[in-house]
Design a protein around this ligand. Structure first.
Ligand SMILES: Cc1cc2nc3c(=O)[nH]c(=O)nc-3n(C[C@H](O)[C@H](O)[C@H](O)COP(=O)(O)OP(=O)(O)OC[C@H]3O[C@@H](n4cnc5c(N)ncnc54)[C@H](O)[C@@H]3O)c2cc1C
Length: 401
C-alpha cells in the first residue's frame, strides 16, 4: 500500500473513526490529541441513516444500542418549572419505525478508543504547530518540540481545526457564525425529570437539563443568541464570565443551579454555533474530516453521522485507490459532498429552541401542544431527502467483487 503512514489530529468521533478504518484497510495511523486524555463531554449525539451501517461494519452496533440514551422527549417549562408544552420524540420514532440511536457523545468516544487503542498509536497532550508539505510527504512540527515525517495528514480537530488553519487559511474564511452560543456540561440529575430534555426560555436564551434513563449523570444545556463574541474557548475564566453575564441574574426554575453546575464542570464545552464551508476538503497530502471540514453545528443533529460516514469513506477510498491520495480525496469529496450539503440545511429547530421574543416563546408552545406536531415531525423525517450516494462496501471493492 502507498502512503501508509498517516497522522490524524484530534481524537474525537471523526479522528478515531478514521483511525479505525485506516487500520482496518492496512494503513498505520497515529492520533495526536491536544487534550491530556479523551474528551468525554457533550450530550446525546444521533447515529442516523448511513452512520448506522458504519457502526454495524465496525462491529459496534450492539454496544451502541445497549448504551443508547433513553430519552422520551423534550418539554418546555414555565418559570416555576411547570411543563407548558412537550413533544414525545419516542412516539415519533415508533411511528416512523426509525433505526436511529441517540448515544452520549462520551460513550461513543470511549467505545471508539477501545476498538482502536490496540492498533493505533495515540499521543495525548500534544498538537501540530507546523505542516511542511513536500513531494513525498509532510514534515510535521509538534508543540512538544520535535518534527516528524508522515505520508498524509488528516485534520479531525473540530470546528477550530489547527490543521485547517495551517493548510487552508484562517477560521474567518471558512467558519460561518450562526449568532448563537451553546454550553454543555455535567449536571446534578436531581435538577430535572428522568428521560426528558427539560428547557426553560427567556427571549433569546435557553437553559435546560438533559436526562437519559440509562445514565446517572445529567447534562446541563445553556444557549443564547448573540452576535460574534471575541473569546478563546479554552480560556475558562472568559467562558465563565460570558455565562454568568447571561444567566447569573435569572432566578426562574432551576436556571441558577444549572449555571452553578456548568461552572463547576472542568470539562465544560462552550462554543459558538457555527458551520464550516470549504471549497475543498483536501490540499495536496492534507485532508479534513468531521467538523474540521464540514461542521453542520449541534443544532443539525448530524455531527456524529457526518463524522462516522466521512471517516469511513475517506479511509475506504484511500484503500480502494491503493493509497493514491489524489484520486481518493477527490472521490471522498464527490461522494460525501451531497450528504454534507443536505445536512447544512437547518430547518426551524433553532427558532423553536430559542425564540427571539416572548410572543415567539408563546407561539412555539402553542404549536408544540398541537396534536399534529408529532405527525408533522414524523412526516419531516419520512420526507427528508435520502442520502443520494449509497455507502460502498469497500471490502468488496478491494476484493474486486
Ligand atoms: C467536548 C465536546 C463536547 C461536545 N458536545 C456536543 C454535544 O453535546 N452535541 C453535539 O451535537 N455536538 C457536540 N460536540 C461536537 C461533536 O462532537 C461533533 O459535531 C461531531 O461528533 C464530529 O466530531 P469531530 O470529531 O469532527 O470533532 P470534535 O468532537 O470537536 O473533536 C475534535 C477533537 O480534536 C481535538 N483537538 C482540537 N484542536 C486540536 C489540535 N490543535 N490538536 C489536536 N487535537 C485537537 C479536540 O480536543 C477533540 O478531541 C462536542 C464536541 C466536543 C469536543
Amino acid at each position: 500500500m502507498n502512503n501508509e503512514r498517516i497522522l490524524i489530529s484530534g481524537a474525537g468521533i471523526a479522528g478515531q473513526a478514521a483511525a479505525y478504518w485506516f487500520s482496518h484497510f492496512g494503513f498505520r495511523s497515529t492520533v495526536v490529541e491536544r487534550a491530556p486524555g479523551l474528551r468525554l463531554g457533550g450530550q446525546g449525539v444521533d447515529v442516523r441513516e448511513q452512520a448506522i451501517e458504519v457502526i454495524e461494519r465496525m462491529g459496534l452496533a450492539s454496544r451502541v444500542r445497549a448504551a443508547a440514551a433513553d430519552v422520551r422527549g423534550m418539554q418546555f417549562v414555565d418559570r416555576v418549572g411547570k411543563p407548558v408544552a412537550r413533544i414525545d420524540i419516542q412516539r415519533v420514532k415508533e411511528k416512523i419505525d426509525s433505526a436511529e440511536v441517540e448515544i452520549m457523545r462520551g460513550d461513543l468516544v470511549r467505545m471508539l478508543y477501545e476498538i482502536t487503542s490496540g492498533s493505533v498509536e495515540y499521543r495525548f497532550g500534544d498538537a501540530i504547530v507546523s505542516l511542511d508539505p513536500e513531494s513525498d510527504g509532510v514534515t510535521v512540527g509538534f508543540e512538544r518540540g520535535r518534527s516528524e515525517r508522515f505520508d498524509l495528514v488528516v485534520g479531525a480537530d473540530g470546528l477550530h481545526s489547527a490543521v485547517r488553519r495551517l493548510a487552508f487559511g484562517p477560521d474567518a474564511e471558512f467558519v460561518r457564525h450562526m449568532n448563537h452560543y451553546f454550553a454543555f456540561g455535567d449536571a446534578d440529575a436531581a435538577l430535572g425529570p428522568d428521560r426528558w430534555v427539560t428547557l426553560y426560555n427567556t427571549p433569546g436564551t435557553v437553559a435546560g437539563i438533559y436526562r437519559s434513563g440509562n445514565h446517572e449523570q445529567a447534562k446541563v444545556y445553556l444557549g443564547f443568541r448573540s452576535p460574534r463574541v471575541d473569546f478563546d474557548p479554552r480560556d475558562t475564566t472568559a467562558v465563565h464570565r460570558i455565562l454568568i453575564d447571561r444567566f447569573g441574574g435569572e432566578d426562574a426554575w432551576q436556571v441558577r443551579n444549572l449555571l452553578d453546575n456548568a461552572l463547576a464542570d472542568e470539562e465544560l464545552f462552550f462554543d459558538s454555533l457555527a458551520q464550516v464551508h470549504l471549497p475543498s476538503w483536501a490540499s495536496d497530502r492534507i485532508v479534513l474530516v468531521g467538523d474540521a471540514a464540514y461542521c453542520a453545528s449541534p443544532v443539525s443533529g448530524a455531527g456524529a453521522e457526518l463524522a462516522l460516514t466521512g471517516a469511513y469513506r475517506l479511509a475506504g477510498e484511500l484503500a480502494a485507490a491503493n493509497g493514491g491520495y489524489r484520486r481518493a480525496f477527490g472521490e471522498y469529496e464527490r461522494a460525501h459532498g451531497p450528504v454534507v450539503t443536505e445536512k447544512h440545511r437547518i430547518g426551524p429547530n433553532l427558532r423553536m429552541m430559542i425564540p427571539r421574543t416572548r410572543f415567539g416563546i408563546a407561539a412555539r408552545n402553542t404549536i408544540t401542544r398541537l396534536p399534529i406536531m408529532e405527525s408533522l415531525a414524523g412526516m419531516e423525517r419520512i420526507m427528508a431527502p435520502r442520502t443520494p450516494t449509497p455507502l460502498p462496501d469497500y471490502e468488496r471493492v478491494l476484493c474486486g467483487v
